[in-house]
Structure formats: C-alpha cells, structure tokens
Design a protein around this ligand. Structure first.
Ligand code: NAD
Ligand code: ZN
Ligand code: ZN
Length: 350
C-alpha cells in the first residue's frame, strides 16, 4: 500500500510503498476513511530532532484518524469488519492509573506502551496510508449513527484537544462569562463550536487572517478581533471591560501568550494549547490576580466519546477540505503558509 512517511527529522514526508499491515492478537487493522493534517505535524517535521520526543522517524504520518474495521486479530470480539470507528490517538500502556481513567496522554508507564509518549503518526505508523494498524481494540471507538469517518477524523484531535481544555474550565464558563479563542484554524474553529455547544459563555475569536475570523463568525463567535497592536483593547471592549474568564491560546507564541495574559480576567484561566514555542514570564504582578496558567495535551478516551456524540448530533461540524495521498505534501505546505480554513483531511484513494 502507499503511505506518507516522515523518513527523517527536518524533512518533508514522502509517499512511498510499504507492506500492508497484519493484525496480531488483540490488534485491529482499519481502512482509513480520513486522516487530518494537524499543525503539530509541521512542528514535528520541521522543528523536532533527536531528544525532543522519545521517538524518531521513520513512521507514517497522521495522528487524527477514522475509518472502517478491515481485519481483526485473534481475540478481538466486540468489533465487526466494515464497522466505522475513530482512533483514540495517544497510546499508553492501558493499565496504569492514568490509562485506566482513559487519560493515555499521561500514561505513567510509557516503557510498556506501544511507543513511549506517542501513538500512530507520532513515532508509530499513522493514518496517512490506505490501512493502519491499531495495537489494541481498546483504542477504537465505534462511530455513533450520523457520523462518517471523514468528519470523525478531525474530531479525534482538532476537536478532542480543545474539548479537554474547555471542559477543564467549564466551572468558569457560566452565563455572563467570556471565552477568548486565539487562533481559529483546525483546533480553533472546533473550539468555537465546543464553547457554543457546551457553555453559555460569549465567545471572542482572535486570528491574524480575515478568513479565519469569517469562519469564527459563521460558527457562532459573538465577536471577532484581528490580531495586532489593537487586539488587547478590542478584546477588553468585547468583554465589557472585565477581561476573559477563559483564554484558550491555540497558537502559543510570545505574542499570543502576552495577549492572553493581558486580556485574562482576575481569577480566569489562561490555557496554552498551541506549541509555537513562545514563553510568558510569570511573577506576582505579571498576570491579573489568581489567574491560573496551564498547558493541556490532547484529551481522554471518555472525552472522545463525548466529542463523537456532539458530532453525531450535528453540534460539532468540522470544515473539511479533502485531498488524496498524492496531495498531502502540498496540503502541509498550504497549512504552513496559513492558507487552510478549518482542516485538510487526507482521504486515501480519493
Ligand atoms: P492551524 O494552522 O490550523 O491554525 C492556527 C491558526 O492560528 C491559524 O488560523 C492562524 O492564522 C492563527 N494564528 C497564527 N498566528 C497567530 C497570531 N499571532 N495571532 C492570532 N492567530 C494566529 O493549526 P492547528 O492544527 O489548529 O494547531 C494549532 C496549534 O495547536 C499548533 O501549534 C499545534 O501544534 C497545536 N496543537 C496542540 C495540541 C495539544 O495537545 N496541546 C494538539 C493539537 C495541536
Ligand atoms: Zn494534532
Ligand atoms: Zn499507562
């Protein structure tokens, strides 16, 4: 089969021929229906090197995957060939305290995981190929009626990641509150919808690109703000002068972190999800009183089930552009150039 593989650090991936995967005991091979192109792949292609993460190329890209069960390994009883499924992407040991909670992002025994600190598309072969080996049926969630693999794929990361971050801040997202979303790309256009579907907060969306702000308005943002020198003042005005109860920084640069710190309301949350590598000096007077600053990484398996439910009910609808495997390298280039609205999803064979 054909697969889009990262062959070495600091390079673009290549479309190459590899053997079809075969499932061992407890494992499942899925036929890919969609594999999302995440901005994190750009970071890992162009910025990562040995020692940044505990895994290394070569591997097939694509950590945002859904498809249909293609072949079952011995002992897998609860799935059927042809059934549509989403892949839970972070792969832990499955049995430590965190994994038992479904929080395999924070597996406490990574040496016993299929790959330490990674998953399919992150050290092991991912979904930018016709077929993908999933090392345990525990990592597959059946798609609820109303959701197809193409639209489920972005839900497994572009939606699950902001969902986890937003869910953590739910107690602060009361009626009358304000949430600021910085960066309305793949994750951000889902974040706006998640806030709309699960909270009563007013939503202020910030982006450098006018097209992204248009998308945010379409998906229900109450106000949009162009990134730049006037952004802090405009956000403050949009929050009635109080500041944001919750800021989601889906970029993570020096500039966006500084903006988040300035526009947060006292006692608010500033959650850093974007990994652009910026830093924020923190001291007693550098952020408003009692602001909690946190990072979040991806999400849990139970949260993925909740996200899929929202998707099946039509409450989370990713803006998807599809390309075939041969279009994937160009798709990543477009993403790097800031030319993508929503998410590009690779559909092998399309
Ligand atoms: P994307 O490229 O689809 O979207 C990024 C958006 O941010 C774009 O709309 C862009 O115009 C906007 N932007 C860039 N600079 C900006 C600025 N200074 N001010 C305002 N807006 C700006 O990317 P994505 O796939 O949504 O990923 C977003 C970030 O989240 C990336 O850094 C990615 O690596 C990271 N990420 C983190 C996790 C996690 O678990 N923490 C998971 C997935 C992705
Ligand atoms: Zn990702
Ligand atoms: Zn574990």
């Amino acid at each position: 089969m054909r697969a889009l593989r990262l062959l070495e650090w600091k390079s673009e991936p290549r479309l190459v021929e590899v053997p079809d995967p075969e499932p061992g005991p407890g494992q499942v091979v899925i036929r890919i229906g969609g594999a999302g192109a995440c901005h994190s792949d750009l970071h890992l292609m162009h910025e990562f090197g040995d020692g940044v993460v505990p895994w290394a190329p070569p591997f097939t890209l694509g950590h945002e995957n859904a498809g249909w069960v293609h072949a079952l390994g011995a002992g897998v009883g609860h799935l059927e060939v042809g059934q549509p499924v989403a892949v839970y992407g972070p792969w832990g040991c499955g049995v430590c305290a965190r994994c038992l909670m479904g929080l395999e992002t924070y597996c406490e025994d990574p040496a016993s995981a299929p790959v330490a600190g990674g998953g399919g598309g992150l050290g092991l072969d991912g979904g930018m190929a016709e077929y993908m080996l999933v090392p345990s049926s525990r990592l597959l969630l059946a798609l609820p009626d109303g959701l197809d693999p193409l639209h489920a794929a972005p839900l497994t990361d572009a939606a699950l990641t902001p969902y986890h971050a937003i869910r953590r801040s739910w107690p602060k997202l009361t009626p009358g509150s304000h949430a600021v979303v910085i960066g309305v790309g793949g994750l951000g256009h889902m974040a706006v919808q998640i806030l709309r579907a699960t909270t009563a907060a007013r939503i202020v969306a910030v982006d450098a690109r006018p097209e992204a702000l248009t998308l945010a308005t379409e998906y229900g943002a109450d106000a949009v703000v162009q990134a730049g020198a006037a952004a802090a003042e405009e956000i403050r005005a949009a929050t009635g002068g109080r500041g944001a109860d919750v800021v989601l920084d889906l970029v993570g640069s020096d500039e966006t972190l500084a903006l988040g710190a300035v526009v947060a309301r006292q006692m608010g949350d500033l959650t850093v999800v974007g990994i652009a590598g910026g830093t924020l000096p923190v001291s007693f007077f550098s952020v408003p009183y009692e602001v909690s600053i946190q990072t979040t990484y991806w999400g849990s398996r139970p949260e993925l089930a909740e996200v899929l439910d929202l998707g099946a009910r039509g409450l989370l609808v990713p803006r998807v552009t599809t390309v075939g495997l041969e279009g994937a390298v160009d798709a990543y280039r477009s993403l790097a150039e800031g030319k993508v609205d929503g998410r590009i999803v690779v559909v092998p064979g399309s």
